[in-house]
Design a protein around this ligand. Sequence first.
Ligand SMILES: [Zn+2]
Length: 352
Amino acid sequence: MEQASLQFLQDLILAPSPSGYEEPVQEVVRKYTGVFADSVTTSLHGNVIASVNHEVQPSILLAGHCDQIGLQVKHIDSDGYLMINTIGGWDMQMLIGQRLQVWTKNGPILGVLARKAIHLLTPEERAKVADLKDMWIDIGVEDEKAARELVEIGDPVTLELVYHELQGDLITAPGIDDKSGLWIVMEALRRIAAGKSSVGVHAASTVQEEIGLRGVRTAAYSVNPTVGLAVDVTHATDCPTIDKKQHGDVKIGKGPVLFRGPNINPVVFSRLKQIADTNNIPVQIVALGGPAGNDGNAMQLNQAGCAVGIIGVPNRYMHSPVEIASLGDLDHAAELISLFCQEVKSDDDFTP
Ligand SMILES: [Zn+2]
């Protein structure tokens, strides 16, 4: 992976983006894509769309969501502790004991997510899953007044945003869901811009996926693409306690996942698979019997319909502070999408 591309990935991961609070990460996307895209626009909804051949039809929409799950300050109590709402789907057990960043108008301040110590929990409390109402953020202030000088109701909160390398090409960070997919669509667009495409290609950094696939709806409506590729994380099943018979066989580092099933256009699937085979790009096939829980779902139902492909990035520990992905999988996904888009001709028929 080129150094500038790797730096872009790190910049995405270190930019906060709880759903509805995506402006900082969108600024990173605009700055990076502005160099090679022939158009970069931001919609009223907050989606950023970077395009190559932006006035050419037919067109392809690439979608990676930029939002991440987060928290929000709901209430400040008389002792200066912050009570919170969740934004998106959290496993609360994953949050206890984490360092957090509260994104205030004057920048981030550190806090910790706490509950009372194990010694003070009753036997009943110990036996049950921790409840949001029994947790708080401690930012280390004396009282409510001191807290209010720093924090406002509605301020977004993320896990402490960090990027770390593990062994081999594995990385760990919060928000790999879906900064990895966002990176892939923008990196694919960069490669397409450096190559040759005869159709319009629009890479969307979509907002608010984690709260109901919202951004992609307005993005797809505005572009009205013939083909749409959604890129999001998917569960790697190569760790203890996950049943492959139930969840399929997905290994991290063995290539991006191509989904197959009713949410996926069969012509798009076949072309992606064939391009992967021809170019020695490793891919893993996963069967999906219903609608996807990602942008590919809403994209397929856009206007009169869209020929959708869904590409998954194998991800361990999704929606946790320690999500893991492989840089090789990211790079292979970007290459596959870049080649796919460059091979599409204006009269290609994707009718099943
Ligand atoms: Zn996602």
